[in-house]
Design a protein around this ligand. Structure first.
Ligand code: PLP
Length: 362
């Protein structure tokens, strides 16, 4: 049996902070003298309610979420929100979507079932290698919202600006970069994220929504997708993902203890720089991502050919650096270096990359 923990570069579900796993382990059988595991608690009990409230409060503090934004803990993954968003937010029936990657495109395809959905811009013609610029956006003045995905997990690009939408609410999929850098929540009407990338474990989706956007859900929408109802019931219309919320609480506690989002942002930028510097100094590795749109969360690159890519993945995995294979749509390699990836993991990867290059350079 392998006793040693690996460096897990998976895009998601991904590595969690060891301190979080240890605390969960310690509390597994008996949470704070309750005599039971969090998994065994009624979601309506006072003890569980305290966990839920603490999680909401921590998220509100860390992200500086104003009171007129509601925090929801839902299920169905980020993908469920691709449906919930048009079902709740379309009023006049129009929305603009910026297609910067695989998941934005999926969201667009789903939204088309429910309204008149325009593509404001798309980088698909260039293999999603960049983020559409402000000048490229063809925005409608009567859209109910503008949709975008702030970090493209598969291609490795990330927004470095917030589009000017002339006051129209921006809906942002932040599944793979939420909590990784400071943002101004008030730039957005709705933010959502599947928890399994940078927040915790699978099963939980966080939605942060500005109050005034609520109240227009379509009559035929499934009851669980009604944001206003979920706000009214504090995410407890039915059983919420109780244990996944608790894990999020532990992750947020870990983040607070290390200095909050400003501090993790510094660390994330430094980690990504190690990798990008290595790529820039090499004529062995290449990356197709436009330099100014590089993601600090998912770093995509390739070696000179597919055989060497496969060998890279195999050798790195044998050394305990796992899941570096790129998404099947892109090929090559992808290092996902979310908040929980320690700097040492990236340093080890860079050392391996340099060694691999030396051994296989033609
Ligand atoms: C992973 C991911 C999704 C899909 O998340 P699920 O929770 O599997 O539905 C959507 N958007 C982005 C940006 C992602 O990284």
């Amino acid at each position: 049996m392998n006793e040693k923990r690996i460096y897990n570069f998976s895009a998601g579900p991904s590595q969690l902070p060891e301190a979080v796993l240890k605390k969960a382990q310690k509390q597994m059988l008996n949470y704070e003298g309750s005599g039971m595991s969090v998994m065994e608690m009624s979601h309506r009990s006072a003890i569980y309610d305290a966990i839920l409230k603490e999680t909401q409060d921590r998220l509100r503090r860390l992200m500086r979420i104003p009171e007129n934004y509601k925090i929801l803990f839902l299920q169905g993954g980020a993908t469920m929100q691709f449906s919930a968003i048009p079902l709740n937010l379309l009023q006049k029936g129009k929305a603009d979507y910026i297609i910067s990657g695989y998941f934005a495109k999926k969201a667009y395809q789903e939204a088309k079932k429910y309204g008149e959905i325009h593509i404001a811009a798309s980088s698909e013609g260039n293999d999603f290698s960049y983020i559409p610029k402000q000048e490229e956006l063809l925005l409608s003045d009567d859209a109910d919202y503008v949709y975008l995905c702030t970090n493209n997990t598969i291609y490795g690009t990330e927004y470095n600006y917030v589009p000017n939408t002339n006051g129209i609410a921006i809906v942002a999929d932040m599944s793979s970069d939420i909590l990784s850098r400071e943002i101004d929540v008030t730039d957005y009407g709705l933010i959502f994220a599947g928890a399994q990338k940078n927040m915790g474990c699978a099963g939980l989706t966080v939605v942060i929504v500005r109050e005034d956007l609520l109240g227009h859900v379509r009559k035929e929408a499934p009851v669980l997708l009604d944001y206003a109802l979920q706000v009214e019931k504090d995410s407890m219309y039915n059983t919420p993902p109780t244990y996944a919320i608790y894990i999020l609480d532990l992750v947020l506690e870990w983040l607070e203890n290390l200095g909050g989002i400003a501090e993790i942002q510094k660390r994330n930028e430094a980690k990504a720089k190690l990798l990008y510097d290595c790529l820039d100094q090499s004529d062995f590795y290449s990356t197709s991502v436009c330099k100014k749109d590089r993601s600090n969360m998912n770093v995509t690159f390739r070696s000179p050919n597919a055989e060497l890519d496969a060998l890279f993945v195999k050798e790195s995995s044998e050394l305990g650096m796992c899941n570096l294979k790129g998404h099947r749509a892109v090929g090559g390699m992808r290092a996902s270096i979310y908040n929980a990836m320690p700097r040492e993991g990236v340093e080890e990867l860079v050392a391996f990359m340099k060694d691999f290059e030396k051994r296989y350079k033609g």
